[in-house]
Design a protein. Structure first.
Length: 84
């Protein structure tokens, strides 16, 4: 079988290459692992949360939206709250 830039010989290789930000979803498994702290803009209060409900667009740009610690997340997205 000839593979191109986007074609892989199996699902795992495809997911590893093109969907490494969300392997569980690509493999058809629910992602129940918290990736890190991210801004939760669905709430009325300003806060970062750590759960498995990270929006897809944030998973795709994890370096921008997901942080290892809550302080870094809050500093990046809610820095004005620190002065209150």
């Amino acid at each position: 079988m000839t593979t191109g830039h986007f074609l892989e010989t199996n699902q795992k290789d495809c997911c590893d290459k093109h969907y490494n930000y969300d392997l569980a979803a690509c493999m058809g498994k629910s992602s129940t692992v918290a990736l890190g702290y991210y801004p939760d803009w669905s709430q009325t209060e300003s806060k970062c949360v750590k759960d498995a409900n990270v929006p897809d667009y944030m998973r795709q740009k994890a370096a921008t939206y997901i942080f290892d610690d809550i302080e870094s997340c809050c500093k990046r997205f809610y820095n004005w709250e620190a002065n209150k």
